[in-house]
Design a protein around this ligand. Structure first.
Ligand SMILES: [Zn+2]
Ligand SMILES: [Zn+2]
Length: 180
């Protein structure tokens, strides 16, 4: 019994890690690609109202997790553990991305130190560039070092040093890049 609980917990954790890799690839190659930008574009611009077209991605992935709960219930507890992993990832994604970065919750909390701070700053740099090309940092739970991301942005030549620095601090919870 104890061994089984340990095993399923391990599957849940491995699924969360795999989902971050999957989300990174989806974000980089599909959402910022020609086919997926149509929905994701709304997330790189200021939008009116609470919802944006980009939320449809979350709806699609939630439906897939729900379907997996049904299949897992009927077929195997391993699939059920994977479904829980996907759900947990969705929750962590909501807290990190929609909450900490874009402040889509009814209270205000911006982390000022540690990994959460780096996560927020890295995602602000993801939103620093106009349009779908030359963006950096496509993960949602993993954030590369900020200096590395700044160097990457400088190397692509689309933003000057001053605007890159301002993006980290002045962008706040906004979706659109800071402008001069
Ligand atoms: Zn993006
Ligand atoms: Zn974002």
């Amino acid at each position: 019994m104890l061994f089984e609980i340990f095993l399923y917990a391990l599957i849940v954790i491995a699924t969360v890690a795999a989902m971050e890799a999957f989300a990174w690839a989806m974000h980089k190659f599909v959402m910022h690609g020609r086919s997926g930008w149509g929905w994701h574009k709304s997330h790189h611009e200021e939008t009116e109202g609470f919802f944006e077209k980009n939320d449809l991605y979350a709806v699609v992935f939630s439906l897939m997790a729900v379907a997996l709960f049904f299949v897992g219930q009927a077929l195997s507890p391993v699939l059920l553990a994977i479904a829980w992993g996907i759900t947990l990832y969705g929750l962590l994604y909501f807290v990190a991305h929609d909450g900490l970065v874009h402040q889509r919750w009814p209270f205000r909390y911006v982390p000022h130190r540690g990994y959460a701070k780096r996560l927020v700053q890295a995602h602000r740099l993801h939103h620093a560039v106009e349009g779908r090309d030359h963006c950096v940092s496509f993960g949602f739970l993993y954030a590369p070092p900020i200096d590395k991301l700044k160097a990457e942005l400088r190397a692509s030549g689309v933003l000057d040093r001053e605007r890159i620095d301002r993006s980290v601090t002045a962008q706040g919870s906004a979706h659109a890049p800071v402008r001069n």
